[in-house]
Design a protein around this ligand. Structure first.
Ligand code: ZN
Length: 103
C-alpha cells in the first residue's frame, strides 16, 4: 500500500484496488490513530501511577515522547485498518469511489 513511510500508492500492485478514494478519505484513520494513542497513554499513566513511584516529570517525559512517536509509527497501520474496514463493510464501492467514474 505504501511507496514510502508516509506516501501511499494510488492503487494496489497486485489487484488494482484504488487506495486514493478522494479528499478526506483517510480522515477516519487519524481519529483511529488519535483514539488509540490517547487510550494507551491513559492506560500507561494509570499503570505507572499504581506500579511505580516515578516522579511526575519522568512520567510526563515518557508519555509525552510516546504521544509524539507512537502516532508516527502507527500511521501506516491506522490507514491500512481504515482501508480494510471500508473494504470489509462496503467492498462494491471501490469502483464507485474511483475518480475516473465520477464524471
Ligand atoms: Zn490488492
Amino acid at each position: 500500500m505504501f511507496s514510502g513511510y508516509f506516501r501511499m500508492k494510488s492503487q494496489c500492485d497486485a489487484c488494482g484496488a484504488r487506495f486514493e478514494r478522494g479528499p478526506g478519505y483517510y480522515l477516519g484513520s487519524i481519529y483511529f490513530n488519535y483514539g488509540l494513542t490517547a487510550t494507551l497513554v491513559t492506560a500507561g499513566y494509570m499503570l505507572m501511577f499504581v506500579t511505580t513511584d516515578w516522579s511526575e516529570p519522568l512520567k510526563l517525559g515518557l508519555l509525552g515522547s510516546f504521544t509524539l512517536l507512537f502516532p508516527l509509527w502507527f500511521f501506516r497501520y491506522a490507514r491500512c485498518f481504515w482501508y480494510g474496514m471500508d473494504y470489509y463493510f462496503d467492498p462494491e464501492a471501490d469502483a464507485e469511489k474511483s475518480p475516473r467514474s465520477s464524471s
